[in-house]
Design a protein around this ligand. Structure first.
Ligand code: GLC
Length: 581
């Protein structure tokens, strides 16, 4: 009897212990999976992208420079961003504004000196801001010493740093060039009677990643900058680095879907694993690839932590939706939702809708008319700052800067746009349509000088700006917005603070609501008992929303209207973030 009682008590204790253990494991799992287990600074960061050429000119030559950025570090800090991604600042003949590098270990003369760079990096770190640099290694400049050597003779030790096709083999199989005037990616060079490959412009010959010497050069360059203390790389056009160097013929018309043929070619993952081993594994830095291949599987293979390759990539699906005639909000929702679910359990996403390769955020995805510019710009910022993933936010969007819409082709400076203009003319294209299209989409729209204040040239330069300043700078500028509590600028600051104060916005589960609503994007983010509801009207008209959530007891954390209306009818471009009770 005594024995039975003892055994029963013993089992009771064991069961209780097991239950307690299971329970705490359960709680832990929720926390672990979403937050605590895998917290990383680069997941929690808001990345602010600076286009140095257009940010701030310190010496009156009309081109932004490093000293200019240094003079604005307190401003950058005041935005509440955690990291800066700087477009290329290395020596370059500027065929493609720095994306054609002639010396990877030096600073472009227009931008300053290495000493300026060191001051900039220290200034950022002193303020707790990380610095992410562009790594452009799908191609170099044709003025890089490697290329000069490579083209000098067929037997040069640098010949295999690039892709050459000897002319006696006949014409190489067609490859599409994104930037070339004829879209032909092979350029004949009479010096050695051979063609070289350039996916981008003729002045951007593609590097040969098959060559281990070249790969080691790249790793050394990366270490050079990482040893200076930079905090990561944005890897330009990286999905294209690996090529089938037998150059098989591709089916006619392949260029309409060229990423399918150019993106993620084997053995790109071997290169990345090698790069990780040689470089990334030795530093606590972030890495983000431009382009994510052709499928979620491609993207996962790039970024899943256990792959030991990169941290994240950015895909083009969403940015590519904007068209001059508008875009489908349903499609936008579907795109972001698809990506979120594909990465909910594993991997990490980048969130963005604009960068230096796009026209302005508010002009493409919002409404830049006088009546709606501010409110729609704030709505879009609300969206970007409340999604799961690392947000990349382009300089000037926090002011609600708009497209400049040049009428005259001579005002444009963007090389691919100018080449395409010539190409269209040569093939008898519809030039009127072309001019209208570039007013909407040319990347120069997003590259006009940053609008600092109401003085000449928006306070960007005392000289002649390299690209015209948008004449709306007298109303849209940082100084004016600084003084206005309700400006886009101050709204953006509230958003970065909100994201910082609510980790649920970084890691929390995302659930799309009112899925078939063609006008409103509504979703919740939740984590550890905290639940936020975000409702965004993407239309210039009042739109109905049906989230099925009672917000009568909810707290409004932020809204782009003085006081939110209700949760049933949203005013034009209204955005509200609720904390649900
Ligand atoms: C990337 C850059 C773009 C550049 C191109 C060639 O797409 O973002 O600005 O022109 O690569 O380097």
């Amino acid at each position: 009897m005594k024995n039975i009682a003892f055994t029963a008590i013993f089992f009771l204790i064991i069961i209780t212990l097991l239950l307690v253990a299971c329970n705490s494991a359960g709680t832990k799992t929720t926390v672990n999976a979403d937050v605590a287990g895998d917290r990383k600074w680069w997941k929690e960061a808001v990345v602010y992208q600076i286009y140095p050429r257009s940010f701030k000119d310190s010496d009156g030559d009309g081109v932004g420079d490093l000293k200019g950025i240094i003079s604005k570090l307190d401003y950058i800090k005041s935005l509440g961003v955690d990291a800066v991604w700087l477009n290329p600042i290395y020596s370059s003949p500027n065929d493609d504004n720095g994306y054609d590098i002639s010396d990877y270990r030096n600073i472009m003369k227009d931008f300053g000196t290495m000493e300026d760079f060191n001051t900039l990096l220290k200034g950022m770190h002193d303020r707790g801001i990380k610095l992410v640099m562009d790594l452009v290694v799908n191609h170099s400049s044709d003025e890089h010493d490697w290329f000069k050597q490579s083209r000098s003779s067929r037997t040069s030790p640098y010949r295999n740093y690039y892709h050459w096709w000897d002319a006696e083999r006949g014409k190489p199989p067609y490859r599409y060039s994104l930037f070339d005037i004829n879209h032909d990616a092979w350029k004949y060079d009479s010096l050695t009677n051979a063609y070289y490959l350039h996916y981008f412009s003729r002045k951007q010959p593609d590097l040969n990643w098959e060559n281990p010497k070249l790969r080691n050069e790249v790793y050394d360059i990366m270490k050079f900058w990482l040893d200076k203390g930079i905090d990561g790389f944005r890897m330009d056009a990286f999905q294209f680095v690996a090529k089938d160097t037998t150059f098989p013929a591709f089916p006619a018309g392949f260029e309409k879907d060229f990423v399918k043929y150019y993106g993620m070619v084997s053995p790109i993952h071997d290169y990345l694993k090698e790069m990780h081993k040689e470089v990334f594994s030795k530093y606590d830095v972030m890495s983000v690839a431009e382009g994510a291949g052709n499928s979620f599987e491609d993207a996962h293979n790039l970024v899943d932590a256990d792959r030991n390759e990169l941290n994240m990539a950015y895909a083009f699906d969403a940015v590519d939706l904007a068209k001059p005639e508008g875009y489908s909000v349903l499609k936008l929702k579907e795109t972001f939702t698809k990506w979120d679910s594909a990465f909910a359990a594993k991997g990490w996403l980048s969130i963005y809708l604009a960068n230096h390769d796009q026209a302005r955020l508010v002009s493409r995805f919002g409404n830049d008319s006088a009546a709606f510019r501010e409110v729609s710009s704030k709505m879009l910022s609300t969206f970007l700052m409340t999604m799961r993933g690392t947000p990349y936010y382009y300089n000037g969007d926090e002011l609600g800067m708009t497209n400049i819409r040049f009428d005259d082709i001579n005002d444009y400076k963007d090389m691919p746009t100018l080449n395409e203009y010539q190409h269209q003319k040569a093939i008898g294209g519809d030039m009127k349509k072309f001019m209208e299209t570039i007013k909407f989409s040319c990347r120069d729209n997003g590259r006009t000088p940053y609008q600092w204040d109401t003085t000449a040239n928006a306070g960007f330069t005392t000289g002649t700006p390299w690209l015209k300043v948008n004449s709306n700078y007298t109303t849209i500028n940082a100084a004016t917005e600084e003084k206005d509590e309700n400006s886009c600028l101050n709204y953006f600051r509230k958003l970065t603070k909100l994201r910082k104060d609510n980790l649920v916005l970084v890691y929390g589960k995302y659930t799309l609501l009112d899925k078939n609503n063609p006008d409103v994007y509504a979703y919740t983010r939740e984590q550890d008992g905290k639940k936020l509801l975000i409702v965004l009207n993407f239309r210039s008209t009042v739109s109905a929303v049906n989230t099925g959530i009672d917000v009568s007891k909810a707290r409004v954390l932020l809204s782009n209207y003085p006081a939110p209306n209700d949760n049933v009818k949203l005013r034009p471009y209204e955005a509200v973030i609720y904390e649900l009770k």
